[in-house]
Design a protein around this ligand. Structure first.
Ligand SMILES: [Mg+2]
Length: 397
């Protein structure tokens, strides 16, 4: 890898890395990196705020149902007294005390805490609340970036002078969200998105953590590597085998070995461990795809039942498409058999559309091959993608 090919890699984090020396040998690539932080705005350092709503779905449910207060609440699939087959979407802090976590099977959650309140996922409601919160947040910054349904980044550099002002602003944001929506959030303030995001997660719920540039290394060092963006379970395991548990361990590890082991990701890990992130806060481009999946209560080969389910999923996908005023070109189905073998099959239409019947018709067409085999199916899904904004498109409804 030479300097030029590295420069071509489109990763925000390595934009400002200067590689002083690259030596390539047969078995490995050694590199010495001198990392220099370059001020993006001359004379002024960035201040970024990250806002993360506290256990958002369950908090909205608790607000809608005051009788849930103080009880463990789990939002997700129907537990069916321990026989349910989906997963936990979110749960509140009371439920977490029983060991329940997002993503675990709902049947396991039931075993851990059968007395919890189980609520189905009400996306429509959460999205409406989220939209209102985002409107509140957007006005506080010139640069705003929505991050999923319940998180956002604000770049407040141009509006404020220092971290004291940033702290006051963070408190004001918390106050306004609580006053208008009766919901709590945790806020992180830092010199970049990476630090702000880790900081918002530092003291949950109702947290406010401020990490100034000079305190970055001290803040990061004791934290587990998993706190870094892009460090998933697999990377965590690999790092653990190398004796790296904390971000501090990672920061002092030889970047040449990291690069040998992880490729370009190694450089990224090195930079993140030093708290360096040059990525900008930017308004997200439109969504890439909209999808819905469903796990059947029992594996099934009943084609009529499967197609009816897909019609319902298509309907839900279409609602989202209509809400966001989008038109799409590609429709994809997902099929998971009882042995977890998973297939996706898509079709790009010769025209752009926003009609429900185009989703349903294409889905049924794409499903034919899968239904013919009469194998038992565990899960089906519908996805639409290749969007153009509905405003630019003649309405087809
Ligand atoms: Mg959250």
């Amino acid at each position: 890898m030479n300097r030029e090919s590295l420069a071509k890699l489109n990763i925000g984090l390595i934009t400002h890395v200067y590689c002083d020396k690259f030596k390539s040998t047969k078995t490995s690539v050694y590199l010495e990196i001198t990392v220099r932080k370059r001020k993006v705005m001359r004379g002024k350092k960035r201040i970024i705020i990250h806002i993360d709503m506290d256990h958002f779905f369950t908090a909205v449910e608790e607000r809608q149902h005051p009788e849930f207060k103080g009880k463990p609440v789990v939002v997700g699939a129907d537990p069916k007294e321990g026989k349910g087959r989906g997963v936990v979407s979110t749960c509140n802090y009371k439920a977490r005390k029983f060991g329940i976590r997002s993503g675990i099977p709902i049947s396991r959650a039931w075993k851990l805490c059968p007395e919890a309140i189980y609520q189905p996922v009400d996306y429509e409601l959460y999205r409406k609340v989220s939209d209102r919160i985002m409107r509140i947040l957007r006005k506080y910054a010139e640069k705003f970036e929505r991050w999923g349904i319940d998180e956002a980044f604000l770049d407040i550099t141009s509006r404020l002078n220092d971290y004291n002002e940033a702290e006051a602003l963070a408190r004001q944001i918390k106050k306004e969200i609580f006053k208008k929506e009766e919901l709590m959030c945790s806020i992180g303030v830092g010199p970049n998105k990476l630090i702000a995001k880790i900081a918002s997660d530092f003291q949950k719920p109702d947290g406010l953590t401020i990490v100034e540039e000079k305190g970055v290394q001290r803040f990061l060092a004791p934290l587990p590597v998993r706190r870094l963006l892009w460090v998933g379970r697999k990377t965590e395991q690999k790092l653990k085998k190398m004796g790296i548990k904390t971000i501090g361990d990672l920061a002092s590890y030889d970047p040449a070995v990291l690069t040998e082991t992880f490729g370009v990701m190694g450089i990224q890990l090195h930079l993140m461990a030093h708290g360096i992130d040059r990525s900008e806060v930017e308004e997200r481009r439109e969504v890439k795809s909209i999808s819905r999946d469903l796990t059947f209560e029992e594996d099934t080969a009943d084609s009529e039942f499967i197609l009816n389910t897909l019609d319902k999923l298509s309907n839900e996908v279409h609602k989202d498409v209509a809400d966001q005023k989008l038109c799409f070109k590609t429709v994809t189905v997902k099929v998971r058999y009882e042995n977890f073998e998973t297939h996706t099959h898509g079709k790009t239409l010769p025209f752009t559309t926003n009609r429900l019947r185009d989703i349903q018709k294409t889905v049924r067409e794409l499903m034919q091959d899968y239904l013919r085999s009469e194998r038992k199916i565990r899960l089906v899904g519908v996805r639409v993608s290749k969007f153009v904004s509905g405003k630019k498109q003649k309405t087809l409804i």
